[in-house]
Design a protein around this ligand. Structure first.
Ligand code: PGA
Length: 260
């Protein structure tokens, strides 16, 4: 882990309706009151339709959670049926946006150009962007992951105005580890984190926070954070249950406290 404070983001994906989302938010509130995370910043990314209610309970019950959107359209407004803008998210109290998650790239034709455009729109609006990168299994089989990830990083971050750098977080999510129960090994994560930090530094983003995502759970989080040199996690499945999400948060918190 670098000296940055850990960050844990729960990506709820297309799960939890309004009632379920509020319930999970409240459960997290109770657990975090009883087991406060002293060092770790926590963010949840609900589906669009749940965001307003989650933001409301977070505010009214003073739950230490930030709220993210899972995606946003880069345009300001206009004829984009079915889409949502950064201004709309800001008005709801959203502070973070996931950009270029591999499911958006693979299932909704989000290419590198669209990722770059979206990332710029997010940071220009003052929101924090979590840039998701990661290779498919066939790329790892051919040992092409370093080059692949470097290309994704350069494409999204090259030429980014200096004033926006502090709004960027990078999440390394190997596609073969997402939702599969297969986590990358501590060594694989360590090597890639180092590589990402090097490429990011060359792009002017020295000290950027690097998260890992891909089948992280309450059992493997401690070992990944210790061996992987990451600053936290982007969590899918295990963020849908308050207890498993809390276990991951506590792993980060404990690890940070030990390293200080
Ligand atoms: P997972 O998802 O934790 O369910 O593997 C991670 C992600 O896609 O962000």
């Amino acid at each position: 882990m670098s000296t940055a404070k850990p960050l844990v983001i729960g990506n709820w994906k297309m799960n939890l309706d309004l009632v379920e989302a509020v319930h999970l938010g409240q459960q997290l509130g109770v657990l975090l009151k009883n087991h406060p995370a002293e060092h770790t910043q926590i963010v949840v990314a609900p589906p669009f339709v749940d965001i307003r209610s989650v933001v409301s309970i977070v505010a009214s019950e003073r739950i230490p959670l930030g709220v993210a959107a899972q995606h946003v359209n880069p345009h300001d407004n206009g004829a984009h049926t079915g889409e949502v803008s950064t201004a709309m998210l800001k008005r709801l109290g959203v502070e973070w946006v996931l950009v270029g998650h591999s499911e958006r790239r693979a299932l909704y034709a989000m290419d590198d150009a669209a990722v770059t455009q979206t990332l710029r729109a997010v940071v220009r609006s003052g929101l924090n962007a979590v840039l998701c990168v990661g290779e498919a299994p066939e790329i790892r089989e051919e040992s092409g992951e370093d080059e692949w990830v470097a290309r994704q990083l350069r494409s999204a971050l090259d030429g980014l105005d200096e004033r926006f750098r502090e709004l960027i977080t990078i999440a390394y999510e190997p596609i073969w580890a997402i939702g599969t129960g297969l986590t990358a090994t501590g060594e694989q994560i360590h090597d890639m984190t180092l590589h990402i930090r090097t490429v990011a530094a060359a792009l002017g983003l020295a000290g950027v926070r690097v998260l890992y995502g891909g089948s992280v759970n309450g059992e493997n989080a401690t070992s990944i954070i210790a061996k992987g040199d990451v600053d936290g996690f982007l969590v899918g499945g295990a963020s849908l249950k308050a207890e498993s999400f809390l276990a991951i948060i506590q792993s980060c918190d404990d690890c940070y406290a030990l390293k200080r």
